[in-house]
Design a protein around this ligand. Sequence first.
Ligand SMILES: NC(=O)c1ccc[n+]([C@@H]2O[C@H](COP(=O)([O-])OP(=O)(O)OC[C@H]3O[C@@H](n4cnc5c(N)ncnc54)[C@H](OP(=O)(O)O)[C@@H]3O)[C@@H](O)[C@H]2O)c1
Length: 242
Amino acid sequence: MNLESKNAVVTGGSRGIGRAISLALGRKGANVAVNFSKDESAAAEVVRELEGMGVRAIKVKTDVSDFGQVQEMMALVREKLGSIDILVNNAGITGPHTSIEEISPEEWQRLIDVNLTGAFYCSKAAIPDLKKNRGKIVNISSIAGKMGGTLGVHYGASKAGLIGLTFALAAELVPLVTVNAVAPGPVDTDLISDEVKERLSKLTPMGRIATPEEVAHAVICLLENDFISGEAININGARYMD
Ligand SMILES: NC(=O)c1ccc[n+]([C@@H]2O[C@H](COP(=O)([O-])OP(=O)(O)OC[C@H]3O[C@@H](n4cnc5c(N)ncnc54)[C@H](OP(=O)(O)O)[C@@H]3O)[C@@H](O)[C@H]2O)c1
């Protein structure tokens, strides 16, 4: 797919990996709806940067775990940008606890609701456009979805679930829509603490964690390719291979 003038929705597009994906899309000439849930000023800054590149951009405050809000977001995108060509399900959270003994049922549910159900809701709401436009979905999973990781059972389960969602949706939507995932190891964003970044850098054969731009680059490759579908690409500096 030539990304120029295509309309993209990036959930959690205001900060970290989502911000890098939004800006990489803008550099390719795509218009971007930058979704956020709380930090409006961060989303506004990304929109300003995108407009500076000459593409159209809007910020959309939506909690992806609320299907009504997600439907409203997609309707707003259609109204302001036009029909949706690209969906990047990136919004994600960690919880306050990582041990199963401390993770409450409410914490489990909230994390699954945002990280996994949010991707289902956004995909479901965008599917009519994506089918019509022979569009693309990329889901931001994690190394934790393949090897567990250290952020807790809820996080690992949500990211493994995203890979299952990717495979099932790729099979269902072929040949109209390609559906892929990326599974990054630790990335230099606000999601993980400096202590965790330092510890995990030492565990990574490349000796460092990834930059958000390196993840965005892989996402752009998947969006530009029309034959890769049902793939979950590792981005982990040779730490884990499968
Ligand atoms: N950083 C890593 O090491 C790493 C590694 C592998 C995978 N990932 C995954 O990559 C994705 C992005 O992570 P990141 O590191 O860039 O995180 P981040 O810097 O904390 O940014 C998270 C983004 O998600 C948005 N968000 C959070 N809850 C939301 C909700 N309920 N509805 C809509 N948007 C919501 C945030 O917006 P507000 O600020 O407005 O809430 C923000 O834009 C996540 O899915 C994460 O699990 C991260």
